[in-house]
Design a protein around this ligand. Structure first.
Ligand SMILES: N[C@@H](CCC(=O)N[C@@H](CS)C(=O)NCC(=O)O)C(=O)O
Length: 266
C-alpha cells in the first residue's frame, strides 16, 4: 500500500524525498524526478548510522525504509509506487505511452520481487569491504528498528551469509535478467520494443548495481547495450552517478579484484 499517511504536517511546499545515496530504491525515484526535471527537497537518511531507526524517521515511515516521498500532506513509500505517482502527477507520463500499462505494472512488481536478493548480493559482494555501523548506532538500530527481517538481515551479514543463501540470491537475479533479455529486442534502447517507459527506469538500479559487482553482462548482450545507452543520459547521472562517492566506488573495485567473483557462481 503506497499511501501511508494523508495527514502529514509540513511547512515545506512541494515534494520532499527521504532517501539514501547508494540505495537502489532511492536511485529509481531520483531518476524519475530528474527525468521530469522536478525540484524536490532532499532529506538524506544515513543508513550506515542507523538513522532509519530514529523516532523522527519512523514517524515519517513506520517501516523504517527509504525511499519515502511527501507531497504536501501525503506520504508515499515503495519505490515502484512512488515512480508511478510522480510520473502520473508531475510529468508528461512515460508510464505506458504505447505499451500495455498492465504489462509495465507487472514488470515493476517483478523488479520488486528481486529487491531482497539484490540487497543480499550488494552486502556480500560490495558492502563487506566497508566499515560496519559504529557499535553504539548498531545497538540503537537493533533495539529501535521495528522491522525484524531487517535487523536479522544485519545479524546474518555480521556472521557471514550462508553459501546457499548467496547462491539462491544470485539465481533469482540471473533468472530475472534472463527474462529481461528475452523481452528485449537487439540494440533496443528500451525494455519493451514500443518505447521507453517506467520499466526502463525501474530496471536501471538493478543492472547498475550488478554491474558494480562485476556481473558478466556481456553474456546478456541486449541488456548490456541498453545499459550503455542509458549511461549517457543526464537524468541517470543526476539520479545515480552524482550520488556515488568516488572513493567508495574505488574501494568496491579493489575489493572485487581480490575476492571471489560473482561470475564464478553462475
Ligand atoms: N520495496 C521497497 C524496499 C525498500 C527498501 O528495502 N529500502 C532499502 C534501501 S534500497 C532500505 O531502506 N534499507 C535499509 C537498510 O539496508 O538498512 C521499495 O521498493 O521502496
Amino acid at each position: 500500500m503506497p499511501l501511508i499517511n494523508e495527514n502529514f504536517q509540513t511547512d515545506i511546499k512541494g515534494l520532499q524525498l527521504w532517501h539514501a545515496p547508494m540505495s537502489s530504491c532511492s536511485q529509481r525515484v531520483r531518476m524519475v524526478l530528474n527525468y521530469h526535471d522536478i525540484k524536490y527537497t532532499s532529506n538524506i537518511v544515513k543508513l550506515n548510522k542507523g538513522e532509519h531507526a530514529s523516532k523522527k524517521f519512523l514517524e515519517i515511515n513506520p517501516e523504517g525504509l527509504v525511499p519515502v516521498l511527501s507531497d504536501k500532506n501525503k506520504i508515499i513509500n515503495e519505490s515502484n509506487d512512488i515512480i508511478q505517482y510522480v510520473d502520473k502527477k508531475f510529468g508528461n507520463s512515460i508510464l505506458s505511452k504505447n505499451i500495455d500499462k498492465k504489462k509495465i505494472v507487472s514488470f515493476l512488481r517483478e523488479i520488486d520481487d528481486t529487491q531482497k536478493s539484490l540487497k543480499l548480493c550488494t552486502f556480500h559482494f560490495l558492502f563487506k569491504s566497508q566499515e560496519r555501523m559504529p557499535d553504539q548506532e548498531y545497538k540503537f538500530f537493533k533495539s529501535n528498528h521495528k522491522n525484524k527481517d531487517l535487523v536479522d538481515f544485519y545479524s546474518n551479514f555480521e556472521n557471514g551469509f550462508q553459501k546457499n543463501k548467496i547462491v539462491s540470491a544470485i539465481n533469482i537475479n540471473k533468472k530475472f535478467f534472463d527474462n529481461v533479455e528475452k523481452i528485449m529486442i537487439k540494440d533496443s534502447s528500451s525494455v519493451y520494443p514500443n518505447g521507453f517507459s517506467l520499466a526502463d527506469i525501474s530496471l536501471i538500479p538493478n543492472v547498475h548495481r550488478f554491474n558494480l559487482m562485476d556481473w558478466p553482462f556481456e553474456k546478456w548482450p541486449k541488456i548490456f547495450s541498453w545499459y550503455n545507452n542509458i549511461n549517457k543520459s543526464n537524468w541517470f547521472k543526476k539520479g545515480v552517478l552524482d550520488w556515488e562517492p568516488p572513493e567508495l566506488i574505488s574501494n568496491f573495485k579493489n575489493y572485487i579484484k581480490n575476492s571471489t567473483k560473482i561470475s564464478s557462481f553462475l
